[in-house]
Design a protein around this ligand. Structure first.
Ligand SMILES: Nc1ncnc2c1ncn2[C@@H]1O[C@H](COP(=O)(O)OP(=O)(O)OP(=O)(O)O)[C@@H](O)[C@H]1O
Length: 237
């Protein structure tokens, strides 16, 4: 009898098509992603990498004239979920599938409130518990030591690299299972980039990370798997 192997797949995408008005951006994509691994999405500009990422957390749904067909399933809390099932709340999805963008986007509020924002949006009210979670997330993002004495300062005063780590802390504070990163180091200098790469390697121990990157040396350093996009299809994986 064959042993039953544990399913290490985290994300299954089947026959995904995506359109902006009449432009066919993603074409019949079928691809899956492993748990506890970093998958790098590479390929020329305009190939559809960023668009693909936002199909995994439904972030495109507010865009006018965007439409999609096909299926995306993600194993969340140990259960396979069809993320486009009308009964699956998008707030639950975004809590478990977090995203970090190319340009850091701190909210116009203090450092502390930036990181606690997702907790408050999720209905948390216990201030001490929130303070602890904020501290943990900032430690995980290697930012705590630099900001612990200035938590009430406006987050926009931080340097670019610090702002990106703040956004990472904000993405991590709800302990997502999947982290989507769209060129997270492209606006950062070499030192800040090193910090983010080290963090990615730490995160993959218990998370699934998808990162769009244009830097092949970075991809070599961090990725377990490389998926190449060209003109809306996966050409190698
Ligand atoms: N909101 C939008 N409305 C209309 N077209 C869009 C929109 N966003 C992206 N596009 C188009 O979709 C195509 C794919 O873009 P996308 O950003 O997904 O590619 P990419 O591979 O991530 O490129 P890059 O590496 O430059 O970020 C491009 O032709 C782009 O112009």
């Amino acid at each position: 009898m064959k042993p039953i192997l544990p399913d290490t797949t985290k994300i299954r995408v089947a026959d995904l098509n995506f359109f902006y008005r009449d432009r066919h951006i993603l074409k019949d994509l079928t691809v899956s992603f492993e748990k506890n691994a970093i998958s790098a999405l590479i390929g020329p500009s305009g190939a559809g990498k960023s668009t693909f990422l936002i199909t995994l957390n439904r972030l495109w749904e507010h865009l006018p004239e965007a439409r999609m067909s096909g299926g995306v399933e993600i194993s969340l809390d140990g259960l396979w979920r069809n993320i486009y099932d009308r009964k699956f709340p998008v707030t639950d999805l975004r809590r478990r599938v977090a995203m970090v963008f190319q340009t850091p986007n701190p909210l116009p509020m203090s450092i502390a409130r930036n990181v606690s924002f997702p907790l408050r949006m999720a209905g948390n009210t216990d201030r001490e518990a929130m303070r602890q979670k904020v501290e943990e997330a900032l430690k995980m993002a290697y930012l705590w030591e630099e900001v612990k004495d200035r938590m009430n300062e406006d987050a926009r005063k931080l340097s670019g690299g610090q702002q990106q780590r703040l956004c990472l802390a904000r993405a991590l504070v709800l302990q997502p299972e999947v982290l989507l990163m769209d060129e997270p180091t492209s606006s950062l200098d070499a030192t800040a980039t090193d910090v983010i790469e080290e963090l990615l390697l730490k995160l993959k121990k218990d998370r699934t990370v998808l990162v769009v990157s244009h830097y092949l040396d970075q991809v070599k350093r961090v990725a377990d798997r490389v998926i190449t996009f060209a003109d809306g299809v996966v050409v190698s994986s």
